[in-house]
Design a binder for this molecule. Structure first.
Ligand SMILES: [Zn+2]
Length: 267
C-alpha cells in the first residue's frame, strides 16, 4: 500500500506491505523538488513507480542500504532511467542480494540488486541545496540530508523517537550518539526532522537533545546496577520490566537487551 501526504513543499510517501487487509509496517520516503529520498521495500516497488510516474522525479538518494530503503532502486533505474546515489559503503551492499532474516523477508522482501553511484558532498535540486551529512550508527553507511535555508533534515533510520527502548543487534549506540551530536551542531536554531518511520519532528534539535539526555540517564542507571553485579538481562528486567515482543518476532534482532548491553560499562 502507498499513501502520500503533503507537508508543504515536501511529499511524504508512506509505503508498506499489505497482508490480510493490514499494513505490516509503514516506511516513509520523501519527494522534494524532484529529489526522492529512499525507495521503500521490494513489495511496494511497483506502486512507487506508478506514483512517481505522476510526479516529477529527477534524482534519487538512499539514506542507507537496508532493504526497506532500496527496494525500488532497480525498477526506478529500469523504468525511469534515474541516477541513484548512496554512501560509498552502501554500493557493494545494494548491488547484490544480501541475506535477510525471516521477519525481514516477510515484511520487506529482497530488493532487486542495483548498481548505484557514490554520493557527492551535496545534492542540488532546482530550488534547494542538500548537504550530505555522514551519520553512521544505525548502519555504517547511513547519511542524512540537510537543507540549510529551510532547516530540513531527512534522517532515515538514525532518529525515530526521544525515548528509544530497543536496539537492532548491529546498531552502534556510540555512533548514533556522535551522529546526533553532529546534527545538533548544524546551523540554525531548529531543525525539522523527517524520519523514515514517518514521524516528523518540527523541533528536531529539542527532540534530539531530549533523546541524548534520556540515553545519558539510562547509561547512568545501567552502570549503577552493573555496579551491583547485575547481568545485562537482570538490568533490563529491573529498568524495563520485560523484553519487547519484537525480540521474539525478530529472533532477537530488535531487543531491549541489545540496548542495555551496549550501555553496559566498558562498552
Ligand atoms: Zn535501517
Amino acid at each position: 500500500m502507498l499513501k502520500a501526504n503533503r507537508c508543504g513543499e515536501i511529499t511524504q510517501i508512506m509505503m508498506g506491505r499489505e497482508l490480510d487487509g493490514a499494513v505490516l509496517y509503514w516506511t516513509a520516503a520523501y519527494l522534494v523538488d524532484g529529489l526522492l529520498i529512499d525507495t521503500g521495500c521490494a513489495y511496494t516497488a511497483e506502486e512507487l513507480i506508478r506514483f512517481l510516474g505522476e510526479h516529477e522525479v529527477k534524482q534519487v538518494v538512499n539514506t542507507h542500504h537496508h532493504e526497506d530503503h532500496v527496494g525500488a532502486n532497480a525498477l526506478i533505474q529500469r523504468e525511469l532511467g534515474l541516477d541513484i546515489f548512496a554512501h560509498p559503503l552502501a554500493l557493494p551492499l545494494v548491488d547484490r542480494r544480501l541475506p535477510l532474516r525471516e521477519y525481514q523477508e516477510t515484511v520487506w522482501g529482497y530488493p532487486e540488486p542495483a548498481a548505484v553511484r557514490p554520493l557527492p558532498e551535496a545534492i542540488d535540486t532546482n530550488r534547494y541545496h542538500f548537504e550530505v551529512i555522514e551519520t553512521p550508527g544505525h548502519s555504517a553507511d547511513h547519511v542524512a540530508l540537510f537543507e540549510p535555508v529551510e532547516g530540513w533534515c531527512f534522517t532515515g533510520d538514525l532518529f525515530v523517537s526521544e525515548n528509544l527502548k530497543m536496539l537492532r543487534a548491529d546498531e552502534d549506540i556510540g555512533g548514533i550518539i556522535n551522529s546526533l551530536e553532529k546534527l545538533l551542531e548544524l546551523p540554525g536554531d531548529e531543525l525539522t526532522l523527517y524520519t523514515a518511520i514517518g514521524r516528523i519532528f518540527p523541533e528536531g534539535k529539542k527532540a534530539i537533545s531530549t533523546f541524548l539526555g534520556y540515553l545519558s540517564g539510562l547509561r547512568d542507571e545501567v552502570a549503577r546496577l552493573a555496579g551491583q553485579s547485575l547481568s545485562a538481562p537482570e538490568i533490563r528486567d529491573r529498568i524495563f520490566a520485560r523484553e519487547t515482543q519484537l525480540a521474539a518476532l525478530t529472533g532477537g534482532h530488535f531487543s531491549v537487551l541489545n540496548l542495555v548491553e551496549q550501555l553496559m560499562p566498558g562498552k
